[in-house]
Write a protein that binds this ligand. Structure first.
Ligand code: ASP
Length: 305
């Protein structure tokens, strides 16, 4: 009998969900199908003995291509009506990391973040330099139209005209965390940032330790929410540090990080998997698009509490 080693995968499509009153059946079906596709892509890789790094990239890439999520194709608009994207990846075994900030025209920022990690001497590349690097490596470059979606344009108009914003208009990001059969952790996150952000603004996503972190000694984390708060709380690394120094459970540590964000006045959520394969998905918003497959092979997709 072949005894399979365990693996686990969790992903999120952002803590800014359509309100439960406004969601239509068709939209809910499409959102869940998007999460499911991404989960299956990552699960297939992990089941076949592939690396957590490959699994999180595959999962995030599909979410970037799905116009319903705020990353890649469905990225939100800046105040200038443009799209500027952030992404990051981290490998728990080596503590290698790669990230891009404020990039335009790159179809899959997560692939570029991985290239920064594997093919450059740097951790974080931003703006035109990152875009040149993408071109040099032959990454797919697309024009502005590719990123135009009616729902994001309307969100920009709403944000310009009101100060009372819904979670959906404020938030969104995609991310994945995984433990592979070899015991290696990885995290990947990708976002269009927040609607109406100033051009040049970079959020928590590509800041290693804020929106993205992985360390085989503790856990892998991908966050979503008010980026400025996650940066100031150094949220993802804080979670790992709680596990390392306080020896509390993943669920306790994850909740305490989100509680801290809340106390600072921020909203959002995160997904995390620890080296034993435990999964936590806390959030303090109305919902968070999320899915996971746990070490027993049980899977779940959810939007609200
Ligand atoms: N955390 C992302 C950012 O601040 C956006 C979000 O997840 O809502 O860029």
């Amino acid at each position: 009998m072949i005894v399979r080693k365990k693996f686990a995968l969790a992903l999120h499509g952002g803590a800014g969900t359509v309100s439960p009153e406004q969601i239509t059946r068709a939209l809910e079906r499409d959102l869940r199908a998007g999460l499911q596709r991404s989960l299956e892509a990552g699960r297939g890789i992990l089941r076949d003995g592939g690396s957590s790094l490959d699994a999180v990239v595959a999962a995030v890439r599909l979410l970037e291509d799905d116009p319903l999520f705020n990353a890649g194709r469905g990225a939100v608009f800046t105040s200038a009506g443009t799209h500027e994207m952030d992404a990051a990846i981290m490998e728990g075994r080596t503590l290698m990391a790669g990230a891009v900030g404020s990039v335009k025209g790159v179809r899959n920022p997560i692939l570029l973040a991985r290239a920064v990690m594997e093919k450059s001497p740097h951790v974080l590349l931003a703006g035109p330099g990152a875009e040149d690097f993408a071109r040099e490596l032959g990454h797919e470059i697309v024009d502005d139209e590719y990123f135009y979606t009616e729902q994001r344009w309307q969100a920009l108009e709403r944000v310009r005209n009101t100060s009372n914003l819904s979670d959906q208009d404020r938030h969104g990001t995609v991310g994945a965390v995984a433990l592979d059969q070899a015991g290696n952790l990885a995290a990947a996150t990708s976002t269009g940032g927040n609607t109406n952000k100033m051009p040049g603004r970079i959020g928590d996503t590509p800041i290693i330790g804020a929106g993205t972190y992985a360390n085989n000694a503790t856990c892998a984390v991908s966050a979503t929410g008010d980026g400025e708060f996650f940066i100031r709380a150094v949220a993802a690394h804080d979670l790992a540090a709680l596990l390392e120094y306080r020896r509390i459970t993943l669920a306790e540590a994850a909740k305490s990080v989100i509680d801290k964000i809340g106390r600072l006045g921020g909203t959002g959520g995160l997904i995390a998997v620890d080296r034993a394969g435990n999964i936590a998905l806390p959030f303090n918003t109305t919902g968070m698009y999320r899915a996971f497959v746990d070490i027993d092979g049980a899977s779940f997709t959810g939007i609200y509490r």
